[in-house]
Write a protein that binds this ligand. Sequence first.
Ligand code: IMP
Ligand code: MG
Length: 185
Amino acid sequence: MAEKTNMNNDIKKVLLSEEQLAERIAQMGEQISNDYEGKNVILVCILKGAVHFFSDLSRRITCHMEMDFMSISSYGNSSKTSGIVRISKDMDSSITDRHVLIVEDIMDSGLTLNHLTQLLRARQPASLKIACLLDKPERRECAISPDYVGFVIPNEFVVGYGLDCENYYRNIPYVGVMKEEVYQD
Ligand code: IMP
Ligand code: MG
């Protein structure tokens, strides 16, 4: 990892600008508001990567909703997830018979969300859907896709707007492609 100076120096190119993110998230909020009108949905933020997306998306939803937060970690190393999920912070609410919308930063292999949705389905929600800001469908290793997608992106490692590399760069306000030399040393 390079020295922690100006994070923008570690970015090869801006993939999604702040304006592009705001515009698309407003559209997603409108669609979700229409789909969940009258249903009092629980929006579940998957920490930490979804933090900015959750905050911005929730403020574009006009129907009544509750917020909850979960933190999960998947066993495996940093570059390859095993897909076996451990819940390190569970949500506070019971979701039995409730409409649940999981809000996640990115779907890559899909293994993490595949396992998480299995765990949550056992709690018998009335419905369970996934909203992902980013989707890398080329990388999928199981039969799962998000119900709401912000942007389909190519198979490149991205950071910013919540997404991290070794827990840094989450505070960059846009989504950028990392310079390979930064994460390969
Ligand atoms: P999956 O189980 O392979 O779908 O992995 C999903 C998780 O991997 C996400 O929640 C992210 O934490 C992480 N991830 C996947 N691709 C990227 C990326 O390009 N940048 C940062 N994190 C990523
Ligand atoms: Mg992550």
